[in-house]
Design a protein around this ligand. Structure first.
Ligand SMILES: [Zn+2]
Length: 252
């Protein structure tokens, strides 16, 4: 079996597997952007986040970095964390195990090679792992990150207001938020709606005493779903942070 579908879709399996969906608190949430870098979009996000004094985690796509290495470097220079979202933005259920390993290694090579930054986190396209991506991420020392809240900002009918409402509805201390700073795998112009949502979203988070930040420096200790009997301990990453497991979802 090389298909480990979205974890939430595996009844009873969740306790065996660990992914990060939350960051350490109190008073923090993780802010993540997938699918970039796109040169037309990146400066706007960097300006918006910079003026707000917010850092985030950008899950970069290898082929996007290969097209726009300068945009990837700009993200790093602005003080944000970068992470891996694969080389090709493909559902891993469509990849053979060898192709999966090649995809992740190629992504690492181009992302780290072009930016000089180490990678500590991985989120597969659409949030879907297969067994090879699950294991390879661990071998490469990457924490597997999904999300707890999303804006569904890739949808053609998304508006800045809808994106904010979707993220904020039911948000809890520690939640990892999924947004997209690129339209390459979404609807045309989607990043402009996401960008317009950044300032009001951050303002509302702060009004609720939730400070957005990157996933990496604030990763939470594991929620002990599997910890009682020791299951899942193998997923502890090299950097000593322990992933947590909660919630469910799709896309990315
Ligand atoms: Zn994606």
């Amino acid at each position: 079996m090389h298909a480990l579908p979205a974890l939430a879709a595996v009844p009873g399996a969740r306790s065996l597997f660990r992914t990060v969906r939350r960051v350490d608190g109190p008073g923090r949430v993780g802010l993540t952007f997938d699918d970039g870098p796109e040169p037309e979009a990146v400066e706007g996000f960097l300006e918006a986040l910079g003026s707000l004094g917010v850092r985030a985690t950008f899950f970069l796509v290898g082929e996007q970095v290969a097209r726009s290495p300068e945009a990837a470097r700009r993200i790093v220079e602005a003080g944000h964390e970068i992470a891996c979202h694969g080389y090709h933005h493909l559902n891993h259920l469509r990849l053979t195990p060898p192709a999966t390993v090649r995809d992740l290694q190629a992504a690492r090579d181009v992302i780290s090679g072009e930016t000089g930054a180490d990678i500590h986190h991985f989120r597969p396209p659409y949030g879907v792992f297969n067994a090879a991506s699950w294991v390879t991420a661990e071998k490469l020392g990457w924490q597997r990150v999904l999300w707890a809240r999303w804006g569904r900002d890739w949808e053609p009918d998304a508006t800045p207001q809808l994106i904010c409402d979707r993220v904020l509805s039911g948000i809890r201390d520690g939640d990892v938020i999924l947004l997209h700073d690129a339209e390459a795998y979404s609807s045309a112009g989607s990043w402009r709606r996401t960008l317009a949502a950044v300032e009001p979203l951050v303002s509302e988070l702060r009004a609720r005493r939730l400070e957005p930040g990157p996933v990496g420096l604030v990763a939470a200790p594991a929620e002990g779903i599997a910890g009682a009997n020791g299951a899942g301990q193998a997923s502890r990453p090299a950097n000593g942070q322990r992933p947590a497991e909660r919630g469910g979802g799709r896309s990315g």
